[in-house]
Write a protein that binds this ligand. Structure first.
Ligand SMILES: Nc1ncnc2c1ncn2[C@@H]1O[C@H](COP(=O)(O)OP(=O)(O)OP(=O)(O)O)[C@@H](O)[C@H]1O
Ligand SMILES: Cc1ncc(COP(=O)(O)O)c(N)n1
Length: 493
């Protein structure tokens, strides 16, 4: 069973400019969803113009690095790059035999793009002997030819023929890379040991930023395979990611020669730089965003006189009638939230709210409606506007947007109710109303609603979170209009 985040070890040389070798491998592994580790075979003084010199540390130290990793960490996949010489190859071979990692991708690095040898000419036979230890080998055109001791292939079909021969000879899966062939279309071929071929074609991207494409690709495939994808899916995913990263390479300003690919460009473009806010941070931010609306509500004559009991009875009756009309629809809206809810807990919560809206509160309001005068049977424009807003959220089938839209109905009512409640002394004419919205059960329901909605917002992508915040703010504005309407309506009569 592979870990959710595959642990991927790169065994390769270095590039201090970060475009190739272990530096590129680590970026590629991370960009493809893995946890990257690296054991260094050789230190290479190189940049985008080329290789200046290579220092190969004692192989006993490479063995120490490799065992330090495998003694402690369960490795899901290994990518092997620059091996420098026979001694390094032997060291890696011995370690592979002892550690037996489940996935091994071998990029048979021999010569850099700039033409420098990264493998001793005398080490080619040793590298051939390493091939059966790999699950996948990823040669470019010249490397494929050297491994077969042939002339380099000059077209795609010849590349596939050579890849089939290499796969058969060594009983290994081969991804033959076509980057070195001419022409506007690129073809990479995945060849199984039994000779079956899968082609991956893509348009050639006009760019100088191709340094480290081979390193990055082999690490990406190892990571995807380490995460459980099939070889063919892993190759497909890795190639799509590589194309995207090559395409954005020219936007980097790194060096004056063959620059690197932009390993994280796609991730950045898709919001990868945004930190995820916590539910508490969202609650704070959303609450602060309604400060103006809340101040305006507190300043309404309706709220002030509801608190001190001097509110015109006709205005209160008008308000309750509108609220009754509102609650019937609101109940249906909550029932829809229940229908869309992702968990039984949330499903239960919203349906309980839907029931409370029709049952408990309607009963309270009918009691008041009996006392009302000039009670309107029609929803007012403000009631209609609020219900249209909630109805659109319900009809959208978008659970997150819907629950964000219903939240102010809990939160603002609880806020106003709990602040007015202390004014509800014995004999206060609107004491029942004040009790309902300051009740501990309503406080609890409000807390639960805030928890559900802010957790959903915290887990949502930035654009989705913005849609939720907008639905929430719009409902808060409708709450203000709803409370302003009764005195205006009575005054207009
Ligand atoms: N200009 C390009 N546009 C699109 N894809 C490319 C381009 N150049 C290379 N690739 C892709 O990058 C991968 C590596 O190809 P290539 O054949 O150049 O291997 P390589 O020589 O090992 O790479 P490196 O440049 O790291 O040595 C292949 O999948 C290839 O299709
Ligand atoms: C350490 C190391 N490994 C591999 C390459 C090949 O990459 P490229 O062919 O793009 O130069 C490299 N230049 N350096």
């Amino acid at each position: 069973m592979s870990a959710v985040v595959p642990r991927v070890l790169s065994i390769a040389g270095t590039d201090p400019t970060g475009g190739a070798g272990v530096q590129a491998d680590l970026k590629s592994i991370a960009a493809n969803g893995g946890y990257g580790m690296a054991a260094v075979t050789a230190l290479v003084a190189q940049n985008t113009h080329g290789v200046r010199s290579v220092y190969r540390p004692p192989t006993s130290f490479l063995a120490e690095q490799l065992h330090a990793v495998s003694d402690d960490v369960s490795i899901d996949a290994v990518k092997i790059g620059m091996l420098a010489d026979v001694e390094v190859i032997e060291t890696v071979r011995e370690w592979l035999a002892a550690a037996r990692p489940p996935v091994v991708v071998l990029d048979p690095v021999m010569v850099s793009t700039s033409g420098h040898r990264l493998l001793d000419p005398g080490a080619e036979e040793a590298l051939r002997l390493l091939l059966p230890d790999a699950d996948l080998v990823t040669p470019n055109v010249p490397e494929l030819a050297i491994l077969l001791d042939r002339e380099p292939a000059s077209d795609g079909d010849a590349v596939v023929d050579q890849a089939q021969e290499l796969a058969r000879r060594h009983g290994v899966r081969v991804l033959a890379k076509g980057g070195h062939l001419e022409g506007p279309d690129l073809r990479d071929a995945l060849v199984e040991p039994d000779g079956r071929v899968s082609d991956y074609r893509s348009p050639r991207i006009e760019t100088r930023n191709t340094h480290g494409t081979g390193c990055s690709l082999s690490s990406a495939i190892a990571t995807r395979r380490g995460a459980g994808a099939t070889w063919s899916d892993a190759t497909d995913l890795a190639l799509r990611w590589l194309s995207e990263s090559i395409r954005h390479g020219s936007a980097l300003d790194v060096g004056g020669g063959h620059g690197p690919v932009s390993h994280f460009a796609g991730l950045w473009a898709r919001g990868g730089l945004d930190t995820m806010p916590s539910p508490d941070e969202i609650a704070d931010e959303w609450w602060r965003s309604t400060a103006g609306v809340r101040d305006a509500i507190d300043g309404l004559d309706f709220i002030r006189s509801l608190g001190d009991g001097t509110l015109d009875r006709r205005a209160f009756a008008w308000y309750l009638a509108q609220d009754a009309l509102y609650l019937r629809e609101y109940s249906r809206v909550l029932a829809q939230a229940s229908r869309l809810a992702p968990t039984p807990r949330e499903q239960t919560f919203w349906i309980t709210g839907a029931h409370a809206a029709v049952a408990t509160e309607m009963a309270l309001h009918e009691q008041w409606l009996g006392l009302g005068e000039g009670v309107p049977a029609q929803a007012s424009p403000t009631t209609t506007a609020y219900l249209d807003h909630l109805g659109a959220a319900a009809d959208s089938g978008d659970y997150e947007r819907l629950v964000a839209a219903v939240l102010p109905c809990y939160w603002l009512y609880h806020d106003v109710g709990s602040r007015l409640h202390p004014l509800g002394v014995e004999g206060h004419p609107y004491r029942d109303w004040l009790d309902t919205y300051a009740a501990p059960e309503f406080a609890e329901a409000t807390r639960t609603a805030i928890g559900i909605v802010t957790a959903a917002a915290a887990g949502a992508a930035p654009l989705r979170r913005a849609v939720m915040a907008e639905a929430f703010r719009a409902s808060a504005a409708h709450e203000l209009a709803f409370w302003r309407a009764p005195l205006d309506a009575v005054a207009a009569r």
